[in-house]
Write a protein that binds this ligand. Structure first.
Ligand SMILES: [Zn+2]
Length: 137
């Protein structure tokens, strides 16, 4: 007889005849495992399609996109412009106001007009935000 247990109460001795390794086809460990795996997969599928799970996914995706939008926002920095283009520039120290300046290549160096941008006291009191994307259309 099969050494597995079954019936309506756990612990009931199975009365089926042995198929392999001392178990009937239903209680053989390989089959038991396979059934459990299938059942777990079905459960996972069911959970994956539940409205709550789908909503949770959307919430996670939204947060991801919000973080991306945040990372793309222009932020003020004390770091000098590193490329050609238009930049916002402000000077809190001398209250020079908010300006939009063009950073251009001047004989291989970044400059505003003919003033080369350097890592010195003059340039370092500015804050920068850019380069500003050029409008399309
Ligand atoms: Zn059995």
């Amino acid at each position: 007889m099969c050494t597995g247990t079954g019936g309506s109460y756990l612990g009931d001795q199975c009365s089926r005849k042995v198929w392999k390794d001392g178990y009937c086809k239903i209680h053989h460990p390989d089959y038991v495992q396979e059934r459990r795996k299938k059942s777990a997969e079905l459960y996972e599928q069911k959970v994956a399609n539940e409205p709550y799970t789908l909503l949770k996914k959307e919430v996670a995706r939204t947060k991801e996109l919000e973080a991306k939008v945040e990372s793309l926002k222009l932020k003020w920095t004390k770091e000098l412009p590193s490329q050609v283009g238009w930049y916002w520039r402000r000077d809190k120290l001398f209250d020079d106001g908010l300006r939009c300046v063009e950073i251009r290549d001047y004989a291989g160096r970044l400059a505003i007009g003919n003033c080369v941008i350097k890592d010195d006291d003059f340039w370092n009191h500015y804050e920068w935000a850019g380069p500003i994307p050029v409008p399309e259309g």
